[in-house]
Design a protein around this ligand. Structure first.
Ligand SMILES: [Fe+2]
Ligand SMILES: [Fe+2]
Length: 278
């Protein structure tokens, strides 16, 4: 998918508006933009798909204005609102839901992106743990978008290796920091969006220093290498293609996700039953 930086900046409300956004807000706006474009392209190419491709994306100024005009904040998870009208009833999950059930029945907004990312990692000869990290890295955005790297790692921590959780947690930070030697060129798009002199939030800077000196630095780095450029219309990997890797590296609880009394079971139940009021 080609991205015209000038088009994106214009959609976000122009250079001046973009300059006034925090770096995290810009990065999140960019991820939203890419995911929406990918989903729109997929819908347009699917027989019977919606005409979402024709939908105009909001400008940053419009998004900013919505903060005080809208009952929902931008960090709310995808499952908890609809941008096209009322939300739809969700199908019930099986009694003992598996990760694949969640992909099929709950991860609607994020699955295309993470499947493409995992597919790219597989094509690039990454380890199975990196492929799994790519497959999981943005899925928590169905529940919450704020600090999604940390939330996502927490969601999966009881079921994956420490290394996979580390990769998922810290991809959020590393996307801001170039490492050409390992294949991550700081995107030209970011330079145009953020300006040459931008600085990420202090907690992100501090976290970068920690991760850069960590023995597992390459794990989240490889998630970023296989992340941004994974938006490819016409490439639609299926979750079943990754069933073997999930089977080898994801400890599926026999009671089902949400019912194993793990410290994160409530997070899975919240994704499973987002219409429960209390
Ligand atoms: Fe991400
Ligand atoms: Fe991503």
């Amino acid at each position: 998918m080609s991205i015209d930086p000038r088009d994106l900046i214009a959609r976000l409300g122009g250079a001046a508006t973009v300059a006034g956004m925090s770096c995290e807000a810009k990065a999140d706006a960019l991820e939203d933009y890419l995911m929406q474009r990918l989903n729109a392209a997929l819908n347009a190419s699917t027989p019977g798909g919606s005409s979402a491709a024709a939908k105009r994306y909001p400008t940053a100024a419009e998004v900013e204005a919505q903060i005080e005009n809208h009952p929902l904040r931008r960090g709310v998870g995808n499952l908890f609102f609809s941008s096209t009208g009322n939300v739809k009833k969700l199908p019930r999950l099986p009694e003992k839901p598996t990760l694949i059930d969640f992909f099929k029945l709950r991860f609607h907004a994020t699955s295309n992106h993470v499947l493409q990312s995992a597919n790219l990692a597989r094509n690039n000869g990454m380890s199975e743990e990196i492929i799994l990290a790519c497959l999981l890295h943005d899925t928590v955005q169905e529940l919450i978008k704020v600090d999604h790297g940390w939330w996502c790692a927490q969601l999966y921590e009881p079921y994956v290796s420490e290394r996979v959780a580390f990769a998922v947690r810290h991809h959020q930070t590393l996307r801001f920091y170039e490492d050409e030697a390992h294949g991550y060129k700081y995107p030209e798009l970011y330079r145009q969006m953020y300006g040459e002199d931008y600085k990420p939030e202090p907690y992100i800077e501090a976290n970068y220093k920690f991760v850069r000196n960590h023995k597992w630095y390459m794990e989240p780095r490889m998630v970023t290498v296989n992340d941004l450029y994974a938006f490819q219309p016409g490439v639609n990997p299926r979750i079943e293609e990754f069933a073997d890797i999930i089977g080898r590296h994801f400890k599926q609880p026999k009671e089902g996700l949400g019912f194993d009394n793990s410290p994160v079971a409530h997070m899975w139940r919240s994704i499973s039953m987002p219409d429960h009021p209390l």
